[in-house]
Write a protein that binds this ligand. Sequence first.
Ligand code: PMP
Length: 450
Amino acid sequence: MTLDAAELARLDRAHIIHPYLPGSATERIVMTEGAGCRLTDTEGRSYLDATGGLWLAQVGHGRTDLADVAHEQMKKLEYFTSFWDFSNDRAIELAARLAELAPDPLNHVYYTSGGSEGVEAAIKMARYYHHRRGEGSRTWILARSKAYHGVGYGGSSAAGFPLYQEGFAPMVPHVSHLTPPWPYRSELYDGQDPTDFLIRELEERIAEIGPENIAAMVGEPIMGVGGMLVPPADYWPRVREVLDRHGILLIFDEVVTAYGRVGEWFAAQYFETTPDIIVTAKGITSGYVPLGALLVGDHVAEALLREQGFPMGYTYNGHPVATAVALANLDVIEKEGLLARATTIGSFLHAELQSQLGELDVVGEVRSVGMMLAVELVADKATREPLPLDPERMPHDVIRRESGVIVRDSAHSLVLSPPLIMTEAEAKEAASALRSVLERTEPNGRIREA
Ligand code: PMP
């Protein structure tokens, strides 16, 4: 069945419920091909993918080497369960590789098919760890405003945006939200040093709830959906120190930050902070097939593996095709030097954005770590008041329509997380596309016609 562009769009409107798309929206961008940082749609239009899909296309689109690995593995063993004492060779090889890459003592791997499943598993692991150790009162989870942790009930409850909770209640109880680290918004910290403020708040919250009632704190090392919020360098080491003093586990949600995006295998290494559990997904396969993996500390694994073991498992736990593709994807990241490349091309893209956009009235700040970048939009540079946005004509939509460059809107910031293989020419193209629209954007959010 070969359908033309109009028919595909019609069938899409008739049958697919898209996340975050109102039924009244008629436009569809139907992608058919990808190669490197480029995508092509059914109309033959070409796009520059500056978001790496949903922040995951580390090695770029259209790599036949990864396709060949999936093909070979499917012919050999497409699936068997990893429950009980069953396992498969690919899942074992990948687990050993991840244990090698991760900071010590994160030597144990628990597989999922994505980030949301991973966050649910991590929250359950944290509570169960304390339960197994005879501290069943430790049920509270500390999270932060502006956090995003996927769409399960645990992750939605930990999320720091009302959008993920309104209409879905009742949420998971015993979740408490702290202030996010967002140095640009110094007004959040009452004129104090941001880390001092945040650490005091953390200590006070632990005292209020009682350390004996708290299982874990969960956080993205750099908050992605919140707008690429980069904490001060001393934030995570000091949080770790406080949590350690109170026997509270630290869960890093590295669904976006792992596998090269910040120039290291894990942001834990970038921030020199070792959590008890790291949740990963996305970049583990660069999106070629769905997979997620939790990296779990020896001490946590020891408690989970007592008695009958850890009583939760996903059908696709340790899927042979997904783990085979992940191994090949990690090989590409390693052989092509993409960790170092994330830092060099990320700095280049940052410098381009800074020089092309920095002086514009509506640009408050350009910030980045590696290939996670954000341009924060303001109505007024001095007061840092957020730019009002017209939902009918958002900057990222106009950028895509006019130039074919795909960037994303995230809480009053334009965010970029391109494939790590992006070229300097493509980085310049992305920055120019942003400039062309932002230089026509007025402080009231209106974008003048070109
Ligand atoms: N955690 C974070 C920090 C994420 O950014 C995301 C996805 N954007 C998730 C969890 C959820 O991952 P998934 O969509 O694969 O379920």
